[in-house]
Design a protein around this ligand. Structure first.
Ligand code: HAM
Length: 435
């Protein structure tokens, strides 16, 4: 295999033709989060391995099977982040943000790494948009965070979204639930996969999201966590549901959602479209900060997989804004004209226009072919005669019409043309289509 020209399995290159879509999605989600009071946070791509063992949990698949862990030159074990929540909680503790005015609300967009079986929608390097809110314990926060995920996805124009919510209780009710789960799975111990037999002792809830079909089938008959909630957790969950109904956010209760990471307590949720793995997952986590040695502050958040989100948006034909076009291509013939083209190009870019000139020393014909290819709105050819007369022909590429333009007064004349000419032509074209 040509290793030098082949990217590692499960990773993607994002080419200039695609990145405007990514920028649009990231911008839209970050600004929806800003409406809710979230400011962006950026944390390191790698953290001490111990953080994920403690934070995400050493009985989870993410930690057990999927981490990119290595020893650095200083003999420390570090891990490429498999998710964002643990690193952000670490950063909030380390920077003293959990003692400040709460709630603390942070949003993020970054890459994550999981050594998974690479397939469509499942990658080894993928990107998440997410939020974390610390310090607010009441159900209205759960509803607000779910609403943020929901509204962000609505703003992007995603259709057929389903929101499934569940509560997995607090440590008090979890103790009872674990007992019931152990009793249930113990009876079928021999049928469980080897990993689940280990999970039976350490963390029986993890059996519920085992990917083996046999364990999955057995898990279907397992006791439901909702039947074991303590009074406080039940009240909390009921209130979350009332608030979601009041906000007209449709949801179903799905007792099967237990999430694959250990830090969750009480509300958990996922947002999906039919026939596709979850687009968004999240929930409340009561003990993470304490677990990491920080103050006793609860958090709640979610993360969306951006590859999946954009893939579904494309499948559903969602609108993406047009990428920035080239306003003007200045073709040139000869050295003096090339210098003038470069001077004008620089001047126009300073005024905010997207302008290009030849960098390849090509013929005018080849330059114009290129101008067409990049979709330039206008073009102009400069040669010795244009330089001598001080005037050139500005051509509107869509209509092929051209008009003289003064090189000495290029900027104001071009500005007027862009405002009147181009938009007038575009409006006329739109009118024709309407008719
Ligand atoms: P998660 O469910 O593990 O939660 O991941 C969130 C989202 O990331 C998934 O719904 C999916 O869209 C995307 N995702 C996960 N793994 C992959 C992959 N291998 N390839 C492509 N996309 C993937 C978390 O990571 C939690 N930290 C979310 C959270 C934040 N909970 C509270 N706060």
């Amino acid at each position: 295999m040509a290793i030098l020209t082949t990217r590692p399995r499960g990773t993607n290159d994002f080419l200039p033709a695609e990145t405007p879509r990514w920028q649009y999605v990231e911008r839209t989600l970050l600004s929806t989060a800003a409406l809710y009071g979230y400011g962006e946070i950026r944390t390191p791509t790698f953290e001490h391995t111990e953080l994920f063992l403690r934070g995400v949990g050493d009985t989870t698949d993410v930690v057990n099977k999927e981490m990119y862990t290595f020893t650095d030159k200083g003999d420390r074990s570090v891990t490429l982040r498999p998710e964002g929540t643990a690193g952000i909680c670490r950063a909030a503790i380390e920077n003293g943000l959990l003692g400040d005015a709460l709630p603390l609300k942070v949003s993020y967009v970054f890459n994550c790494f999981r050594y998974e079986k690479a397939q469509r929608g499942r990658y080894r390097q993928f990107h998440q948009f997410g939020v974390e809110c610390y310090g607010a314990t009441g159900p209205v926060t759960d509803a607000e965070v779910i609403s943020l995920a929901w509204e962000g996805m609505q703003t992007l124009g995603l259709k057929d979204l389903t929101l499934a919510v569940n509560s997995i209780g607090c440590p008090t009710c979890r103790a009872e639930y674990h007992k019931a789960l152990r009793a249930y799975f113990e009876r079928r111990r021999e049928e469980l996969c080897e990993t689940c037999r280990e999970r039976l002792e350490k963390n029986p809830m993890r059996i519920l999201d085992c990917k083996s079909p046999v364990c999955g089938e057995i898990a279907k008959g397992a006791p439901r966590v909702l039947d074991y909630l303590c009074g406080d957790c039940r009240d909390h969950f009921e209130k979350v549901q009332t608030l979601l109904k009041d906000a007209d956010i449709p949801f179903t209760i799905d007792a099967g959602i237990v999430r694959g990471l250990d830090y969750y307590t009480r509300t958990v949720f996922e947002i999906s479209v039919p026939g596709f793995p979850a687009l968004c997952g999240g929930g409340r986590y009561g003990g993470l900060s304490r677990q990491l040695g920080g103050p006793d502050v609860e958090g709640i958040g979610f993360a969306m997989g951006l590859e999946r989100l954009i893939m579904v948006m494309e499948q559903q034909g969602c609108d993406f804004p047009e990428p920035q076009q080239c306003d003007l291509y200045i073709a040139s013939m000869g050295e003096a004209a090339a210098e003038e083209a470069f001077r004008l190009t620089t001047q126009l870019r300073r005024e905010g226009y997207a302008v290009q000139c030849d960098l390849m020393g090509r013929s005018v014909k080849a330059q114009m072919k290129y101008a067409n290819k990049i979709g330039a709105l206008y073009s102009m050819v400069l040669g010795d005669s244009e330089l001598q007369s001080g005037s050139a022909q500005l051509k509107q590429m869509a209509t092929g019409t051209a008009k003289p333009i003064s090189l000495a007064h290029f900027l104001p004349e071009f500005e007027t043309e862009m405002q009147n000419g181009w938009f007038a032509a575009a409006a006329e074209a739109a009118e024709k289509i309407d008719r």
